[in-house]
Design a protein around this ligand. Structure first.
Ligand code: GUN
Ligand code: FE
Length: 484
């Protein structure tokens, strides 16, 4: 369907249809060519030309002889998705949550699985004779990276586990497989709320372990361009006040990214109130520990007061909207429109495995659906509706803002990184009443008369990994669909 020529050259020309969403209401559809150079190893769009009208025309218009990669006529290049919140060790539990809600879900499903990757002190090992927890971590982490790449996720902000060796392994694997990844060793140490088999013993141990994994990430990728560390207090209820403060200091001292959860579930909010009676709100707990910075990612942000939103906006902290998880765990509706209207940057997260699926395309779809429920419960106001373009913007440009890569990721412009996916919508439906369905063509039926805007909408609503033909990160090919 698509053609490419290989060469050892450090430049590649990409020709075809390019679609991106530079703003919430602007779906940009262009045909042309871009020149991607990997001379300095980073894979940047050096030149773009939107007057090129064929692969043979590309080299002369761009003024360079380089191999040409062509997107199929039935598809387009789209910016890679950015998953702003995903728990790598929870991937085996996707879909396994029963009727639980956040706090019992953590106890029943999540802590046993997480602790089983990297240590042998887990209830999951009770009946196993000689567990090799690191081998298990390797299997899970390799798979979640490969799987998210296959769904077009070129950047992921990962929570790992408490285990430093297993967290370091996640950084190694992301680097090797070429996914852009922020890797966080999870900190949790409050004895009242953390299981005895899965917690740090003290603030000193939490901070020392955080430092160890930060150093490892920096050794893996000294540029921090592909793999970088991120400070990861699990959430306020699992951390001692002294630990939150120490991690806030560490973030400031080393100018590091921070990720955590906030205001996801009403029982969790009540727990924070009882654990931190001296603080005004959940947001105030983090603010007091200097954990709210422009480099902070707050997952969920469902039950925030107006004052809390104002504080988050003032600190320029970012929000990861995780609609699939919020529905699966019955956490509630995140009022995305209110956050955006206040000027808070929002991206999308799968929140695997609170979220049941590793695809950001699915998260975009769920963001559209949930927004309509928000509008419904607020008197039927369609102002809350998130549209297709806006959802795709959240999954790309929004995500780039949330992970601190605005202007470098999310759209196709000169100077930006070539983190991209090639989408194919498959053959047009033909054959009248005898038309066969070939599931390998994917789930989107295009009849041929749809506009490209309509085809993108159909992709959002019924596309999946069968439509993701190839994926590049920083100009490096990191995934290729095998089944066609
Ligand atoms: N709050 C604390 N830990 C978690 C987690 O692992 N997932 C979700 N969704 N919320 C959390
Ligand atoms: Fe989460």
């Amino acid at each position: 369907m698509a053609s490419s020529s290989s060469s050892s050259s450090s430049s590649t020309i990409f020709f075809g249809r390019f679609i991106d969403a530079p703003s919430a209401n602007d779906l940009r559809i262009r045909t042309g060519a871009v020149l991607v150079s990997r001379k300095d190893g980073s894979g940047v769009i050096e030149k773009a030309d939107w007057t090129v009208n064929g692969p043979n025309d590309a080299a002369s218009k761009l003024g360079v002889e380089a191999p040409v990669v062509t997107a199929g006529e039935d598809g387009f290049f789209f910016p890679g998705f950015i998953d702003t919140h995903i728990h790598a060790p929870q991937y085996p539990n996707c879909g396994i949550f029963g009727k639980s809600t956040l706090l019992d879900w953590l106890e029943t499903y999540t802590f046993p699985l997480e602790s089983s990757l990297g240590t042998s002190a887990s209830p999951m090992w009770a009946n196993a004779s000689s567990p090799d927890p690191l081998a298990r971590a390797k299997t899970v982490y390799s798979r979640v990276i490969a799987r998210t790449l296959s769904h077009g996720t070129t950047t992921a902000s990962y929570f790992a586990t408490l285990s430093v060796p297993a967290t370091n392994l996640l950084a190694d694997l992301a680097f090797k497989k070429g996914q852009r990844a922020y890797v966080g060793r999870v900190c949790m140490d409050l004895a009242e709320t953390c299981p005895h088999y899965y917690r740090d013993e003290s603030t000193e141990e939490s901070v020392a372990n955080a430092r160890a994994s930060i150093e490892h990430c920096r050794a893996v990728d000294p540029t921090g361009e592909l793999v970088a560390p991120i400070i990861t207090p699990r959430f306020a209820p699992s951390c001692m006040t002294s630990t939150l403060s120490a991690l806030g200091d560490l973030a400031r001292e080393q100018d590091l990214r921070v990720q955590t959860h906030i205001s996801e579930n009403v029982n969790e909010v009540a727990l924070v109130k009882s654990l931190f009676p001296e603080r005004n709100s959940y947001t105030d707990v983090y603010d007091h520990s200097r954990l709210l910075t422009p480099r902070t990612i707050l997952a969920h942000a469902i039950h925030l007061s107006s004052e809390e939103m104002d504080t988050i906006r003032a600190r320029q902290a970012k929000v990861s909207h995780c609609p699939a998880s919020n529905s699966a765990l019955g956490s509630g509706f995140c009022p995305v429109r209110d956050l955006l209207d206040r000027g808070i940057d929002v991206g999308l997260g799968t929140d695997v495995s609170g979220g049941y699926h590793p695809s950001i395309l699915d998260a975009a779809r769920q963001a559209c659906l949930v927004s309509r429920h928000v509008g419904f419960v607020r008197g039927g106001d369609s102002r809350y509706n998130v549209g297709v373009t806006e959802a795709l913007w959240l999954g790309t440009v929004g995500g780039a803002k949330v992970v601190g890569m605005e202007g470098r990721l999310g759209t196709f412009e000169e100077g930006m990184l070539w983190d991209a996916q090639e989408i194919s919508l498959g053959r047009d439906v033909a054959g009248g009443e005898d038309a066969d369905v070939d599931v390998r063509d994917g789930g989107v039926d295009v009849f041929g008369w749809e506009t490209w805007e309509d085809r993108v909408a159909k992709w959002l609503w019924s596309g999946d990994d069968r439509n993701v033909v190839r994926v590049w990160v920083g100009g490096r090919l990191v995934h290729e669909l095998k089944s066609r």
